[in-house]
Design a protein around this ligand. Structure first.
Ligand code: UT7
Length: 334
């Protein structure tokens, strides 16, 4: 019996209206457009308006992905996010309810910037096991809510947004079928990307004796190196599983953390830099939304067309990483 594959059949994206330029940041912090552009490739990022939360982003992107999938009924929702609306409960059930999906199972996956690939792997597992026939996978994050307003190294990079796909049961040889998602993690380095306070180890109510730190912290330079190594290694494993060589890849959709990371990865792999999807110049690092947003942007810009062979890869806190191949199907992003 042929295994049931997860096949991409819908793609949606959403960005908050407000874009913050580098010059605007430079008005607040000791930074400059020249520094941010030359060190990261980022020109602007979007910020969610006050009073809204990650579920608002996720609902917008999810609704568009469902529309792109011609309204196909989904029987599960997986939301990849590190910035849930509340510490408890998960945000996915609220998203499913607001999308009018009825009592379908809905849960969050927390793998920071690798969240979307972890979400895809989870959806593919639900489909392969026969637990679901179609799954809405959303990557949504509102990092503006956890950044230290005074930290120029993270404020320059991160932005808010959401991207989503619908995957349905199909066969491994059809366009849109996900190859096996190659995932990895190294929790011994969990302190390289972390929000230290507010969880069970350091709850806010227990921090009277010492200073709480509610903000996202990242050891940028070490993370940079680990990101390139891990994405290169998992990408090679994904290519091996697909029986592809590097030269077969038409479009590399790597996590949009930093243009220098994307290019270092391409160089390491021996892939032409021209084949890299680049969206971060307009949106920065949108964490779990980064890969689906870059996919949608590449399709809209004409750089990603049906039949193209795509390699997706991401890296994030945890540490976590992953990669996956697919041949792009006929899918119009909404
Ligand atoms: O999404 C999960 C994965 N995340 C990533 O992959 C991010 C990986 N890291 C990076 O992208 C880069 O490390 C950063 C963009 C965060 C920083 O770039 P860098 O070239 O690695 O700089 P650095 O951290 O080594 O810092 C060099 C200098 C420092 O100043 P001093 O200590 O040398 O005086 C920083 O304070 O650059 C300074 N700096 C800035 N200067 C102006 C850091 N951010 C800024 C800024 N504007 N926005």
């Amino acid at each position: 019996m042929t295994a049931r594959a997860a096949v991409v059949c819908g793609l949606g994206q959403w960005l908050p209206a407000r874009a913050v330029t580098n010059d605007e940041l430079a008005g607040e912090l000791d930074t400059s457009d020249a520094w941010i552009r030359s060190r990261t490739g980022i020109g602007a990022r979007h910020v969610l308006e006050d009073g809204l939360g990650t579920s608002d982003l996720a609902v917008e992107a999810g609704a568009r992905a469902l529309k792109s999938a011609s309204g196909l009924a989904v029987d599960a929702v997986v939301l990849a996010t590190t910035t849930p609306d509340h510490p408890c409960p998960a945000t996915a059930p609220r998203v499913a309810a607001r999308l009018g999906l009825g009592p379908v199972p809905a849960f969050d996956v927390a793998a920071v910037c690798t969240g979307f690939l972890y979400g895809l792997a989870t959806a593919a597992g639900l489909i392969a096991a026969g637990s679901a026939d179609a799954v809405l996978v959303i990557g949504a994050d509102a990092f503006s809510r956890i950044l230290d307003p005074e930290d120029r190294s993270t404020r320059a990079i991160f932005g808010d947004g959401a991207g989503a796909v619908v995957v349905r049961a199909g066969t491994p040889d059809e366009p849109g079928a996900l190859g096996p998602v190659q995932l990895g993690a190294d929790g011994s380095a969990d302190d390289l990307i972390q929000v230290r306070s507010g969880g069970s180890r350091d709850p806010f109510r227990a921090t009277t004796a010492r200073q709480a730190d509610p903000y996202f912290r990242m050891a940028g330079r070490t993370v940079f190196r680990r990101a390139v190594e891990a994405m290169a290694e998992s990408s090679q494993r994904a290519l091996d599983r697909a029986g592809w060589s590097v030269g077969d890849v038409d479009v590399l959709v790597a996590h949009q953390a930093n243009l220098r990371i994307v290019h270092a990865l391409a160089d390491w792999m021996g892939l032409d830099r021209e084949r890299c999807a680049v969206h971060l110049d307009r949106v920065g690092n949108t964490s779990a939304a980064s890969v689906p947003l870059a996919l949608a942007d590449a399709v809209a810009g004409g750089g990603l067309r049906p039949g193209h062979r795509v390699l997706m890869t991401a890296f994030g806190g945890g540490l976590t990483w992953g990669a996956c191949t697919l041949t792009w199907p006929v899918v119009e992003p909404h």
